[in-house]
Design a protein around this ligand. Sequence first.
Ligand code: ZN
Length: 252
Amino acid sequence: MKIIRYQTQNEPPHSGWILDDLVGEIDGDLFGEYRRLKAETPFDTVKLFAPVQPTKIICVGRNYAEHAKELGNDVPKVPLIFFKPPSAIINPGDSIVLPPQSQQVEHEAELVVVIGKRGRNITTEQARDYILGYTIGNDVTARDLQKSDGQWTRAKGFDTFCPFGPWIDTDFDVSDALITCRVSGQPRQMASTRDMIFNVGTLVAYISSVMTLEPGDIIFTGTPAGVGALAAGDEVVVEIEGLGRLSNPVRK
Ligand code: ZN
């Protein structure tokens, strides 16, 4: 099933599901009891929102060997995790805004895990039961500030630096999917999820050994090699084979 958050007319945004090019409401609690109402609204007439509202956004750094190498870093021995604030989230199609404090804002195409159930100390074997599904993300990063600050909060945390969506796919096969990123039509990143150093099960286990994961929390699983600068006027398209495509323009 593909899950979105959307709005028609002036009602508040709510969850829905997609059948071909139609949208139906999800009535009830997406993370508990719900039923799917008939899909009858054309997909291209609804306004899309980021598909969940996480209490926290956990990201994994240097989870692809070639990307660690391109920035001159060693491959970590355990997952390297950091946060982005929920205030950085934008909706599919919304603009990434370049902040005046940075001269080098870069894209990072990533597979994103969406947590479906509260959990602590989840094992790698149990991880599947705690995952609602997968979506597409762009871990936008002010690379110059990441280097100069040491701590990554500022570099990763600007408003608009967390585009993700457009939907959650609950049936996606995560084992070997191609992640690509194109900027204004130019190919920048291309790698398989198979190339991750720590796989999704290991990441969920590791992170939940530190903090309780809540329904709707999201995990950015790291970016492959090929990160590069964004300029005002660019259009960034992150695509994951079999999952979909996330597109955002860039402006000053
Ligand atoms: Zn990243």
